[in-house]
Design a protein around this ligand. Structure first.
Ligand code: SF4
Length: 358
């Protein structure tokens, strides 16, 4: 079995993937009271014990994550940012990478025709990240990195053979090979002396990104640098608003984007897949099924109020809450969030431009 790190698929059979790739089930939910831990959004890990120890003992640890600047950000990306903010709060020295080179070289020309296009996306993405609460000091753009970073990425390229690449990814596409060298450099370089220095490092990813994690860990043991093999946690992807779909930049109706209008949000939530019954009467009698519902899922991933979430689940199951009202709650929640977000985004834009063009 090969996971496609660039594909647009949903992992349905977690148990199978855990077994096949030797992941450990996540078992550190008591580490913090944060809603993302309470709701068990993290499902698996590699070497998380080093991070748990560092958090408990308040010793140095690092976190490194990032996104490719391949388009507008949606609520699936917000989840990644929420985890980043949480680990920063737990004490991690942190860096968030905007992978503009990766976004350009690993996508075909129809999706990304120039590095300039990728940099334009990077400006918008950075303004979104700042608006979501990430400190500008924690953000860097791949194409602006220093000489030491690129020297390090060449060293990494020396340790990856064609066979290793093919065994992990199932192909050798040159654009993607180049992008992988940089991704590995991103995750590992934070431990170099010119950055934070050697320390346990955590990166949060979706299960489909595990090929990168395995290769990064493998290479960290082979390069001629003093590094601690990085740890990873794996979070559930928020699924798309339509049945059986992943949130996708290429299918706008599957996701709520951070630049969606009030009208877009209303339309998308009203059309989303729910766990409701065919008729109001039936739903009042038998109750709905929040566990398959995309509206409930939106609350589960993004509404921090635990009481609200529990009440929604409970009342849905008892048939006391109907989908019409529940969707209105969701539309209101998202539009209030986005109204605030847009103000912060506009304020952050000049700084985002400066970061990309520095
Ligand atoms: Fe989903 Fe809400 Fe309908 Fe329940 S009431 S099925 S949570 S939309």
């Amino acid at each position: 079995m090969t996971l496609d790190a660039w594909g647009d698929f949903k992992v349905d059979d977690y148990e199978h993937v855990f077994k096949e790739f030797g992941l450990s089930k996540f078992n550190y939910y008591d580490l913090t009271e944060h809603y993302l831990f309470k709701r068990k959004i993290i499902i698996a890990e590699r070497d998380f014990d080093k991070i748990a120890k560092a958090i408990k003992n308040k010793t140095k640890f690092l976190q490194m994550t990032g996104i490719a600047s391949s388009g507008d950000l949606h609520f699936g990306h917000k989840l990644n940012v929420d985890f980043f903010l949480l680990f920063k709060k737990l004490g991690a020295k942190s860096k968030f990478c905007i992978s503009d080179i990766d976004a350009y070289i690993s996508r075909d020309d129809k999706k990304m025709s120039s590095l300039e296009q990728s940099k334009e996306n990077a400006v918008k993405n950075i303004a979104d990240l700042i608006a979501l609460g990430i400190s500008p000091k924690d953000i860097y753009v791949q194409s602006n990195k220093e000489k030491e970073y690129y020297t390090f990425s060449y060293e990494i390229s020396k340790k990856i053979t064609r066979n290793m690449f093919e065994a992990i990814y199932g192909h050798v596409d040159l654009g993607k090979v180049g992008a992988v060298f940089l991704q590995l450099a991103d995750i590992l370089h934070v431990q170099l002396p010119f950055m934070f220095g050697k320390a346990p490092t955590i990166t949060g990813i979706g299960l489909d990104q595990d090929p990168h994690a395995r290769l990064t860990r493998d290479v960290s043991r082979k390069v001629n640098y003093d590094l601690i093999t990085p740890s990873f946690f794996y979070f559930q992807h928020q699924s798309g608003l339509k049945e059986g779909k992943k949130m996708s930049k290429s299918e706008p109706d599957t996701a709520i984007f951070l630049n969606d209008t009030e009208k877009d949000v209303k339309k998308k939530i009203n059309k989303s897949f729910t766990g409701g019954r065919d008729t109001v009467e039936e739903q009042k009698q038998k109750g709905g099924n929040p566990d398959i519902c995309k509206v409930y899922e939106m609350f589960k991933f993004h509404q921090p109020d635990n009481n609200f979430l529990e009440t929604t689940h409970d009342e849905c199951k008892k048939g006391k809450l109907l989908c019409g009202e529940c969707k209105q709650n969701c539309i209101k929640f998202l539009n209030e969030f986005l109204a605030q977000h847009k103000k912060k985004y506009e304020k952050a834009l000049p700084l985002a431009k400066k970061i990309v063009n520095e």
